[in-house]
Design a protein around this ligand. Sequence first.
Ligand code: BV8
Length: 236
Amino acid sequence: MTQNKSGKTVILTGAGISAESGLQTFRDANGLWEGHRPEEVATPEAFASNPDMVHRFYNARRQKLAEVKPNAAHQALVDLENYLGDDFLLITQNVDDLHERAGIQRVMHLHGELLKKRCSWCNQVDRCDSDLSVSDVCPVCDRPEGMRPHIVWFGEMPFRMEEIINAIKEADQFWAIGTSGQVYPAAGFVEIAKSAGASTVEMNLEAASNSSLFDESIIGPATETLPPFVGALIAS
Ligand code: BV8
């Protein structure tokens, strides 16, 4: 197994790292949103056919995000970044801003950001910290009915994929934290890391769908497993 000399630690987080802050994961939300599964609401088709429902889905999540704060697992990743510096990279599937609010500097949002909006007509991206609706007009191209959350829906290409794949190929360590390993292409990142010679660690409340692909699996709530794991690494 070729060892990368980069010494980079690349970390992938999912909804589970924000669960103890009070944000629902997709699995918890396996319940229904107004009678629909989240996977059915987070699609371009749903937005085309029922934009009001999709806006309600994201407006509610944006309002909830304003009520919660980062937890000890988010803080542990900040401690790790402070220790590793440029040898640290965080890739998150989450659309919340809890990593940033904890103080993370090096983070890539693979699936977009809840606090940004994008015009479907001119692609202008702006900050969005209030409700969106079909009546919103683009501040740049002045066209109505095009403002959408700057979020990657199912069936859409995730953001910054080339940069992310290149970073994973350079990694010595690949950790996946709080993700069920059910959504691609993120669920396949561990295989890219392994084939590039990285050591792989999973930290999750329960073994994820792709758990067998990890060298090590640490089971438990992230606020209990991640801080000591990072602390021991820094101490060593
Ligand atoms: C793509 C933004 C191709 C939205 C998200 C059929 C048609 C179309 C596509 C497909 C298809 N079949 C398969 C696909 C591919 C599809 C996919 O993988 N579908 C799945 C459902 C099978 N993927 C896509 O569509 C992707 N795009 O393939 O594009 C393409 C190619 C060329 C050109 C154009 C297109 C896009 C996927 C991105 C979708 N958007 N997010 C929003 O947030 O509203 S994904 C969304 O679901 C979340 O962001 C999140 O990433 C994902 C859920 O995953 P997790 O983060 O893992 O969350 P989950 O709830 O599942 O798990 C939480 C875990 O935490 C659990 O394991 C739990 O045990 C653990 N946990 C809970 N509490 C704790 C904890 N762990 C630790 N501590 C705790 N306290």
